[in-house]
Design a protein around this ligand. Structure first.
Ligand SMILES: [Zn+2]
Length: 223
């Protein structure tokens, strides 16, 4: 209900204030073709599934669409912090185009959940909005009920890899009425160390998933 009202409000605002590109400000769309064309694949030059060969990594693969910089950073800022929910559409189109090019086998998408405290602060889960839009385009169902963030974790920005792993360990629980799907695609907006998607994957595997992969829209350029 709340989501529907927000969508209506967003649509009305869109009519009153025509869209401007979140990055360059050009009128006509929320994320213009020229800015989208500037996005660079992650890692630079050769998009690949990362970490798949690492035995300790609890994922069958994690893919990142773009380097998190420039226009993508601007678009994400507009989406998450200015709470322009309609940004989910052009961003999900980018994810869908990525999946067309580099398919990841999955039965369902599960967005990384936010703790309910963070959800209250922000008003929406950006990964969940992306997942719903991506679902409409890709045809993959979205599951938002089962995977829950049980413990409130600190902001991760100033933690190192080990700190992040400790911070998110046991942060997620599976509360679904049935086991999660056999093959899950975890969706995250911006990937940093991978500690969060790793913790999600461990929880999903413990609950019965056999293959867990992850897709993120962006990640900072490798050092
Ligand atoms: Zn632009």
């Amino acid at each position: 209900m709340t989501l529907t009202l927000h969508s209506v409000a967003d649509t009305l605002l869109g009519l009153l204030f025509p869209d401007r590109c979140a990055s360059c400000g050009r009128g006509g769309s929320l994320f213009c073709a020229a800015c989208r064309a500037q996005l660079r694949a992650y890692p630079p030059g050769s998009p690949t599934v990362i970490h798949a060969a690492d035995q300790a990594f609890p994922l069958d693969g994690a893919a990142v669409a773009f380097i998190f910089e420039g226009p993508l950073r601007d678009a994400m800022h507009c989406f998450k912090y200015k709470a322009i929910r309609r940004m989910a559409q052009p961003l999900a189109e980018l994810l869908n185009a990525y999946l067309d090019q580099y398919p990841l086998p999955a039965d369902a998408i599960i967005p990384v959940p936010l703790h309910r405290k963070r959800l209250r602060e922000r008003g929406f889960n950006q990964s969940e909005l992306l997942a719903h839009r991506l679902s409409r385009q890709s045809g993959l169902p979205v599951l938002t009920e089962g995977l829950v963030r049980g413990r409130h974790t600190q902001q991760q920005a100033h933690l190192d890899m080990q700190g992040r792993q400790e911070n998110v360990r046991d942060a997620f629980v599976w509360r679904g009425k049935t086991a999660p799907p056999d093959r899950v695609l975890i969706l995250d907006d911006v990937l940093t160390t991978g500690a969060t998607i790793g913790a999600c994957a461990q929880t999903l595997r413990a609950a019965g998933s056999r293959e867990v992969r992850a897709l993120a829209l962006g990640r900072s350029r490798p050092e």
